[in-house]
Design a protein. Structure first.
Length: 87
């Protein structure tokens, strides 16, 4: 089996994401899926409310004790928290 030059980097990154029993959080639900969830609770289905929802998740106190990384949806990767931090 031939390994690409990036295989070592990829393996090292994968090991870091699960180090110390930590894992990944998937914040990658589509706009449609998120909007369906919001509709059930009469939450406005806007980019801003989705941003606030995701911000609530990533800024939860102590989250870094259990989570080492996040899988993001296209909309999410371009968003910032309310204080301007790119997540």
């Amino acid at each position: 089996m031939l390994l690409s030059p990036n295989t070592h980097d990829l393996e090292a990154t994968a090991q870091k994401t699960v180090a110390g029993g930590k894992g990944l959080i998937a914040i990658d639900e589509s706009i449609g899926t998120c909007n369906k969830r919001f509709a059930k609770w009469d939450i406005p289905q806007t980019e801003e409310t989705r941003r606030q929802y995701r911000e609530m998740i990533v800024t939860t106190p102590g989250i870094s004790e259990s989570i080492s990384g996040a899988i993001l949806f296209d909309e999410t990767i371009r968003q910032q928290t309310s204080n301007g931090t790119l997540r």
